[in-house]
Write a protein that binds this ligand. Structure first.
Ligand code: ATP
Length: 238
């Protein structure tokens, strides 16, 4: 089966420092794939490179049959790759609804856009209840929901989520993880970067452990959850 995303020997440097050192992995359609690892492992850099925000120094990325190196970030969105970034980056003075509409800026099908706004509000009812309010009035966790809803508005073939649970209360985190499960059940393909290894691995089909720019271990989510080295290093066990 041809992978939806194929990352081959991707290397990314900031000046002389290589943050990603020749990583390779694939994402098949319908899968949830997670990259886990400690701070500075290169996870965010990987997602930003796939989005076209950073140019790799080496390697090849094929998404839905197209070599991404040739495309600008906005073109990559139109190819079907959406990115919900770390730190959310919502527009606080705009309404929640307008933030969602921004995610559909490449689309012209008004009816479809309205339907997808409704879908985002079904996934995250708080967004519907407060549609006309400024997005800056949402709590951190709710802003995370808005960022995810906005990324979905481009009807992506692949949704990349960077640390959706960061800074959230346990209840909010559970809600976000539950929504990722729902999206998966709907057939959405997801590349999930998480520091919360337990949560990410328990819903992922495939996982990759990153350490200082390398993938050091790969397996199914279940395999990695039961792997002794992963349990010690990332799941807080002795
Ligand atoms: P975190 O979970 O803390 O975001 P991460 O695994 O996502 O970690 P990256 O943010 O990709 O890691 O960072 C990888 C390495 O690249 C780190 O050493 C980081 O300091 C460095 N780095 C990231 N952004 C830049 C930048 N703009 N300029 C220079 N170095 C950077």
């Amino acid at each position: 089966m041809t992978a939806l995303l194929e990352v081959d020997d991707l290397t990314v440097a900031y000046g002389k420092i290589e943050a990603v050192k020749g990583i390779s992995f694939t994402v098949q359609e319908g899968e949830v794939v997670t990259l886990i690892g400690t701070n500075g492992a290169g996870k965010t850099t990987t997602l930003r490179t796939l989005s076209g925000l950073i140019k790799p120094s080496c390697g090849n990325v094929i998404f839905n049959g197209k070599t991404l190196g040739k495309y600008r970030a906005d073109e990559i969105v139109s190819l079907g790759l959406a990115h919900s970034p770390e730190g959310r980056h919502i527009f606080p003075r705009m309404t929640i609804e307008d933030n969602l509409r921004l995610g559909a800026y490449l689309r012209k099908d008004t009816e479809g856009i309205n339907k997808d706004i409704q879908h985002a509000c079904d996934l995250f009812p708080i967004l519907g209840e407060r549609k006309k309010q400024a997005a800056g009035t949402l709590s951190g966790g709710e802003q995370q929901m808005l960022a995810m809803g906005r990324a979905l508005m481009s009807q992506p073939k692949l949704l990349m989520l960077d640390e959706p649970s960061m800074g959230l209360s346990p209840i909010m985190m559970q809600k976000i993880m539950q929504t990722i499960r729902e999206l998966k059940a709907e057939g959405t393909t997801i590349l999930l970067v998480e520091q919360n290894a337990q949560a990410a691995l328990s819903l992922a089909d495939q996982g990759h452990v990153m350490e200082i720019g390398n993938i050091v271990l790969s397996g199914t989510g279940q395999d990695l959850l039961t792997d002794e080295s992963v349990r010690k290093a990332y799941l807080g066990e002795d």
